[in-house]
Write a protein that binds this ligand. Structure first.
Ligand SMILES: NC(=O)c1ccc[n+]([C@@H]2O[C@H](COP(=O)([O-])OP(=O)(O)OC[C@H]3O[C@@H](n4cnc5c(N)ncnc54)[C@H](OP(=O)(O)O)[C@@H]3O)[C@@H](O)[C@H]2O)c1
Length: 134
């Protein structure tokens, strides 16, 4: 077993929020380098297209899903679109800065991150259920 096999993400699909710059972009490029397919999420379509091009140059596949995650009613659609495109989501990197600097404890309602995690987990259990015919 080589190091690259050990850390290979070949065949995995990663959804990265905040993938247009900063930490999210760095994670997306790192995962692509390890062989993952990427679902790139942020508001700026142009920036996502640039990251998509960088990932393609690494020989990996990426699709962009421009979305404002603060519009929480769009999150279910986002997850459905990614699953429709790739058939699966193996890794969620829930990185986008969506709180405008407010601490979670000071937010009266659930954050977009919480909602994204909940919907992701629900969809994941549906996929597992389909796989096991339950
Ligand atoms: N950098 C640090 O030292 C540090 C330290 C501790 C914690 N963090 C946290 O780590 C996360 C990433 O940090 P960063 O420094 O990489 O931040 P950043 O450079 O400001 O990048 C934030 C990313 O989130 C996206 N984003 C912001 N609001 C969004 C929204 N409403 N819907 C969808 N996407 C949205 C941005 O893209 P668009 O503008 O195109 O939407 C961008 O891709 C943040 O949550 C930050 O609070 C960072």
């Amino acid at each position: 077993m080589t190091i690259s096999n050990l850390f290979s993400l070949s065949g995995k699909v990663a959804l990265v929020t905040g993938a247009s710059r900063g930490i999210g972009k760095a994670i997306a490029l790192g995962f692509a380098g390890a062989g993952a397919k990427l679902a790139l999420v942020a508001r700026s379509e142009n920036k996502l297209l640039e990251v998509q091009a960088e990932i393609k140059a690494l020989g990996s596949e990426a699709k962009i899903f421009p979305c404002n995650l603060r519009q929480i009613e769009r999150i279910q659609d986002l997850i459905s679109q990614v699953i429709e495109t790739f058939g699966q989501i193996d890794i969620l990197v829930n990185n986008a800065g969506t709180t405008n600097g407010r601490q979670k404890a000071s937010m009266s309602t659930q954050s977009p991150r919480d909602i994204l995690t909940q919907i992701y987990q629900r969809e994941l259990s549906k996929i597992r259920c389909d796989l096991h015919n339950c």
